[in-house]
Design a protein. Structure first.
Ligand code: NAD
Ligand code: TYD
Length: 342
């Protein structure tokens, strides 16, 4: 199968490309189209550079010429499957400045779809990677795929735009679109601005862990390998025009995750620093995953074991995260501004 993966230099995209090569070997060819924003790290996939079935295209999903180049595939013969991970992905950044979120998470999706339509490509699948955050927050129960979308921050509103644009291309032009809405991912190669990698790397440095509000917000945690396997399953067995929730079934309060991380690292609870709350902070995300299970896929990774494995990965890959934290003036500037406002 010939894949076009966008955002493959980021967290989930790089795990997905590695998953494909591990599972399919030379039967898979992958073009990785990535803009290399602050979150894109080309070296995440250094092991595949130079291989005949992998091609990195440095470009923007919102630029038609970059998209046209990537759709050529690794050898000019085209692609069968598109998996669109490329996005601005951090809620706090979207609260600070939403413009790039609309550009990539909405308009970028349009440009990717529109190229396939105008060029009359016969794709097998176009997978739009959406998020559980498009539903908004839920106090009790879980969201099903037919529940209304009520995004509550600029990130989730932009993702909802891309999600519905992909759906519209399925309905209007008959494009073979599947939309997936996954819960909070964790695992290796996650940029240390998100809860788990930020807290692990701060704790390793004996720096404080800024827990927002009362720490009782709930997220459903999905190990990235389960997410990759679910996407692969849906490319094979999903139904076009359908939306699928992908949840880990591991709902935890942030304060519980925080204490677990400290325990695993043998660090004191005094590192926790309760800070002001995120504006418009969604209280709880929860997905009903019966549709995916009925199709034949169930996420089965044990949460505690996966968290331990993830923490160990950060211990073992200190140069990876330290380079990010040290080289990026932009990264430091964002956090200084962020906490100054709390
Ligand atoms: P990430 O921020 O780690 O990676 C995003 C990647 O996209 C980076 O490599 C970046 O360089 C690239 N990118 C950004 N703008 C681009 C553009 N205009 N053109 C090309 N490349 C661009 O994000 P992630 O956590 O790996 O998330 C991947 C996808 O999964 C996103 O669509 C996100 O909304 C979705 N998602 C993430 C989670 C999660 O918990 N991380 C959960 C559900 C859904
Ligand atoms: P995050 O990893 O940013 O993912 P999302 O906002 O997309 O769910 O945050 C996960 C939860 O952790 C969320 O409730 C906000 C909280 N959080 C903190 O308490 N402190 C932090 O420094 C960060 C980054 C997040």
């Amino acid at each position: 199968m010939r894949y076009l993966v966008t955002g493959g230099a980021g967290f989930i995209g790089s795990n997905f490309i590695r998953f494909l090569f591990k599972k399919y070997g030379d039967d898979a060819s992958v073009v990785n189209l990535d803009k290399l924003t602050y979150a894109g790290i080309r070296e995440n996939l250094a092991e595949y550079e130079g291989k005949k079935n992998y091609r990195f295209v440095h470009g923007d999903i919102a630029k038609p010429e970059d998209v046209a180049e990537a759709y050529k595939g690794v050898d000019g013969s085209g692609v069968d499957v598109v998996v669109n991970f490329a996005a601005e992905s951090h809620v706090d950044r979207s609260i600070d400045d939403a413009a790039e979120f609309v550009e990539t998470d909405v308009r970028g999706v349009l440009v990717l779809l529109e190229h396939a339509r105008r060029a009359k490509l016969s794709l097998r699948r176009f997978v739009q990677i959406s998020t559980d955050e498009v539903y908004g927050s839920i106090e009790d129960g879980s969201f099903t795929e037919t529940d209304p979308l009520q995004p509550r921050n600029p990130y989730s509103a932009s993702k909802a735009g891309g999600d519905r644009m992909a759906y519209a291309y399925a309905q209007t032009y008959g494009m073979p679109v599947i939309v997936t809405r996954a819960s909070n991912n964790f695992g290796p190669y996650q940029y240390p601005e998100k809860l788990i990698p930020l807290f692990v790397t701060n704790a390793l440095d004996d720096q404080s862990l800024p827990l927002y509000g009362d720490g009782k917000n709930i997220r459903d945690w999905l190990f990235v390998d389960d997410h990759c396997a679910a996407i692969d399953f849906l490319i094979e067995h999903g139904t076009n025009s359908e939306v699928y929730n992908i949840g880990g079934g591991n709902e935890r309060e942030n304060r519980e995750i925080t204490h677990k991380i400290l325990e695993l690292l043998n660090k004191p609870a005094s590192l926790i620093k309760q800070v002001g709350d995120r504006q418009g902070h969604d209280r709880r995300y929860s997905l009903d995953t019966r549709k995916l299970e009925a199709a034949g896929f169930k996420c089965d990774t044990n949460f505690d074991a996966a968290l331990e494995k993830t923490v160990q990965w950060y211990i073992d890959h200190e140069p990876w995260w330290r380079a990010i934290k040290e080289r990026s003036a932009e990264y430091r500037a964002f956090y200084e501004k962020q906490y100054a406002n709390r």
